[in-house]
Design a protein around this ligand. Structure first.
Ligand code: HT7
Ligand code: ZN
Length: 886
């Protein structure tokens, strides 16, 4: 495998001015003519033109109007090289491609008979030979020609400048994008599509055309995406002063897509999952995800498109920043009492659930990686979610105003350029006249730092000393780490839970600290160990540490159950209130797991039960917050805390805690379930969604006991639901309850669900996922489901629902000691790898932490990994499997 290194970056030898593309669209053979004007880059010593190409049939090349003979260029390993090219070179290249054979969903492909493209990161080279790298930016003109009946709609980036009829039932459309862009932002769509459209007035008064394109049967599911787009446009104007720079902005939904969505300039292409919604098919979570992904892609228009990445090592420059922006957008949109905290909790949960394990495993890499074999493998939670945390830390350190100044300077300096993470850091530092040199370590070092807190209270002197020490475990190719600059926010509570004042010369009590209640102080931890002293502390306080999760670290701080219970009930920082509950639960889940392993009696202390009871009984809390506070840490989070992972013991311990909380608080759960009233008709507004999530959590706790009367509640809810959230929650509760009574009821509902929704692909995905994640179902059940006529590995959403659902979210069954789960996993990787290497490589990550599993599983996992490694693998899957085995 060829490794690409960041340190080897060299500027492109030629830059492109203009690109004029013509597509003669035909499913089995599409002809592409690419006329590119290239100009030598004074920053490069080379005079060779280097063009990338993959799976292309080259028909011919003209250079400044002259046909090149075969000996005048070299074509080797996907590189077309023209040596000693003139200073200004006009190239005309003709290629043939086969969209109907393209199952990778990169480049030009077909989905349900319509044409789509996906060019990020390196898909443009599957369309034509081109300097397919993000630092080559050009103006594109695109002409699409196709059969009119089969492909009535022809779309590309920018503005439609011409359209008309052609002989033999064909027609054409010509598009011009007024902005310079790298090839990865190029897109076309052609086929039978319809749209919902609206004229929207920007803050400046300029009018723009907004369109959401879907297949005909889905026109009743576009309203929420359109609303989300309008809210996104407004938010970016208000928060960052950024205006939509185009006259026309399109979103197109496609059923076959490798990721969530793609920010092609003016022509965003979306997985149907992040566009289509109506109450019948979409849950509250789907609605929220659609809003956030529509926002994300729209925000890329500035952070990614207007200012793009110099090379793919800088991916987090656009992704981390844009995730941060979409997180802030969604947090602002919630608008309930603890809305921003609720969003913060959800985001940190994602980070802990997915990114922390990645950072602790074989695929750990810095936010700005140093090398890769296949760039598609680096669209990771580290680049996206940890990258967003890194951006958030600038805001925490500089305040919201300081952060905005940094953003303004970033655009002022770099609009229209392809830049690096260091350029972003420099803009933040310069706009605020701060030295952020040490902050660079967040970009260059992998691994989750651990921050240890030790406190000493001196009653006589009324002083409190806090000693903060940081460390970071070794990660692949990085044994030793330099200290990070860690913004550490904290506050103090007295024994009654009242905030205490923080007095110290060592910390900043910042009024403008975003999302911090008064009394929150900020320490900049820069050394390996640092002690600060607080004075005028009249009593030994309870410390609320790392408020609002001010840095992506693991906090090591021993607090008693009583202290955690106090924080859970009284911390004015809502995030830390939630986190105290999680730490309390996690501590006992670990203790219970240990007890299961050693066949000891299982018990839950009353502190925990009572702490939960008071959260549930407290009507003044935001229901969405209550639901999060009463949701136990996941199995993966428990595993993360264990030296040697024992999946079966974890699942059993967690199940015991759920059952105990179900029994001990049964009256409260029932009361919550019966008294929460949600206005009809259904609306996905956060206020109602929050109530539904608490009500449905109560239902799932009630299902933990094998009580027929309680089970009937779920069946009734399933039968009467007027929306997918309630229907799905009831079905999940029944399917996952795992007792005989629920099983029979679940079977009937599952059959009904399939019949009712068989024509809605996204709902059938839910049907598969629900069964794949049921603790009752093992590899044999998965095989049966994989034989279902509605199952196919060719569609990534469907593959994700069943295979990923089982391998990533069904801990006990996937890690079955007989190895049946691993065998199922291996078979699917090998089959998928022939169809779609990107998706196969993602599935391969299920065992990145195999080294930490108990010995018998570790051995079995290694055998399976070796079996996969012995086969011929794609570059994508090969990189992951080999790194896991290394
Ligand atoms: N920037 C987009 C990346 C993307 C992608 C990457 C590889 C293969 C397929 C892909 N589809 C979309 C997504 C985003 O972050 O907005
Ligand atoms: Zn993105």
């Amino acid at each position: 495998q060829k490794t690409v290194y960041r340190k080897n970056y060299t500027p492109p030898s030629f830059l492109a001015n203009t690109v004029d593309l013509t597509f003669d669209l035909d499913p089995s053979q599409t002809r592409v003519t690419a006329k590119t004007e290239l100009i030598h880059n004074p920053q490069s010593k080379s005079t060779d033109i280097v063009l990338y190409g993959e799976d292309l049939e080259l028909v011919g090349i003209l250079l400044n109007g002259r046909k090149l003979a075969a000996g005048e260029y070299a074509l080797e390993n996907g590189l077309l090289r023209i040596t000693k090219a003139p200073e200004v070179t006009r190239l005309e290249i003709e290629t043939l491609i086969c969209p109907d054979k393209n199952t990778t969903l990169m480049g030009l492909y077909l989905s349900n008979g319509n044409f789509f493209t996906q060019c990020e990161a390196e898909g443009f080279r599957k369309i034509t030979y081109f300097p397919d790298r993000p630092d080559v930016m050009a103006k594109y003109t695109v002409t699409l020609k196709a059969n009119k009946k089969q492909f009535p709609v022809l779309l590309s980036n920018g503005n439609l400048v011409e359209e008309g009829a052609l002989p033999r039932g064909r027609h054409y459309a010509k598009w011009e994008d007024p902005f310079n862009k790298p090839s990865y932002l190029f897109a076309i769509v052609a086929g039978k599509l319809v749209c919902q459209e609206e004229t929207f007035t920007l803050a400046s008064g300029r009018k723009v055309l907004l369109q959401v394109w879907v297949e005909k049967g889905n026109l009743d599911k576009t309203a929420h995406a359109m609303e989300s787009l309008k809210h996104s446009i407004r938010w970016d104007e208000e928060r960052y002063g950024l205006e939509l720079d185009l006259d026309r902005f399109m979103i197109v939904a496609v059923g076959d897509f490798n990721m969530g969505a793609m920010e092609n300039k003016g022509l965003n292409i979306f997985n149907t999952r992040y566009v289509l919604a109506n109450p019948r098919i979409a849950t509250d979570v789907d609605y929220a995800n659609i809003e956030s992904v529509v926002g994300h892609e729209y925000f890329h228009n500035w952070t990614g498109n207007r200012v793009t990445c110099r090379d793919w090592f800088q991916l987090s420059l656009k992704e981390g920043l844009t995730v941060f922006r979409d997180q802030e957008f969604s947090a602002d949109r919630i608008g309930t009492k603890d809305g921003r905290a609720v969003k913060r909790i959800e985001d940190v949960r994602t980070l802990r659930q997915h990114q922390f394990p990645e950072d602790a495993g074989a695929m750990a890499h810095p936010v700005r990686p140093d090398s890769y074999e296949e760039i598609n493998n680096f669209y990771t939670v580290t680049i996206y979610e940890k990258g967003a945390e890194v951006v958030r830390m600038y805001q925490t350190l500089l305040g919201r105003e300081g952060f905005r100044k940094g953003m303004d300077l970033y655009f002022q300096r770099h609009d229209g350029q392809a830049v690096t993470c260091s350029d972003f850091l420099a803009a933040m530092a310069d706009a605020n006249k701060q030295d952020l040199t040490q902050f660079e370590n967040w970009y260059s070092q992998a691994g989750t730092p651990r921050v240890k807190l030790r406190t000493r209270y001196n009653k006589k002197a009324q002083s409190l000393s806090l000693t903060l020490s940081q460390s970071c475990p070794p990660t692949p190719e990085q044994a030793k780490k330099r200290p990070f600059l860690i913004p550490f926010a904290f506050g103090l509570l007295d024994a009654k839970g009242k905030s205490m004042v923080v007095n110290s010369h060592d910390v900043t009590v910042r009024k403008k600290l975003a999302d911090a209640p008064s009394g929150t102080a900020l320490v900049q931890l820069t050394r390996k160990s640092q002690t600060i002293t607080l004075t005028g502390v009249p009593e030994k306080p309870v410390i609320s540490a790392l408020r609002n999760f001010s840095a992506p670290v693991i906090l090591e701080y021993d607090q008693s159950d009583e202290e955690l219970a106090l924080l859970l009930s009284a911390d004015p920082d809502a995030f830390n209130r939630w986190d105290a509950g999680q730490r309390l639960a996690l501590r006992h889940l670990l203790r219970l797991t240990h007890a299961v392993q050693h066949k000891e009696a299982l018990e839950l202390p009353s502190t925990l039960v009572e702490a939960y009871r008071s959260v549930l009984a407290n009507d003044s809390l935001d229901p969405a917050f209550q639901a999060l506070a009463l949701t136990l840490p996941s199995e993966i989070m428990i595993a993360e805390e264990m030296k040697e992972i024992d999946p079966q013991a974890i699942v059993q311990a967690r199940h015991f805690m759920l059952q105990t909380l179900s029994h001990s608080l049964q009256d409260e759960w029932l009361k919550t379930y019966q008294t929460i009233r949600i206005p009809a008709p259904y609306s996905p507004e956060p206020d109602n969604a929050g109530k539904r999530s608490l009500r449905n959590l109560a239902l799932s706790y009630l299902m933990e006991g094998d009580d027929k009367k309680l089970m009937q509640l779920a069946v009734t809810q399933y039968d009467n639901a007027d929306n997918m959230t309630d229907r799905m929650a009831a079905l999940t509760a029944l399917t996952h309850a795992g007792n005989l009574t629920s099983k029979k009821m679940a079977e009937r509902c599952l059959r009904h669900f399939y019949r009712e929704f068989r024509l809605e692909a996204l709902v059938i995905d839910k049907w598969f996922a629900l069964q794949a994640t049921s603790p009752e179902n093992g590899a044999p059940e998965m095989r049966k489901l994989a034989d279902h006529p509605a199952f196919t590995l060719k569609n990534p959403n469907r593959a994700r629902s069943l295979v990923f659902g089982f391998c990533m979210n069904n801990m006990a069954q996937f890690h079955a000691t007989d190895g049946s789960g691993y065998d199922f996993w291996a078979e699917n990787i090998l089959e998928l790898d022939r169809i779609n290497p990107q998706i196969a490589a993602r599935l391969s990550r299920a065992l990145t932490q195999y080294n930490r599993f108990k010995p018998e599983l570790k051995k079995r996992a290694r055998k399976t990994l070796k079996h996969i490694a012995s086969r011929k693998l794609s570059r994508d899957t090969g990189e992951i499997i080999n790194k896991i085995l290394a």
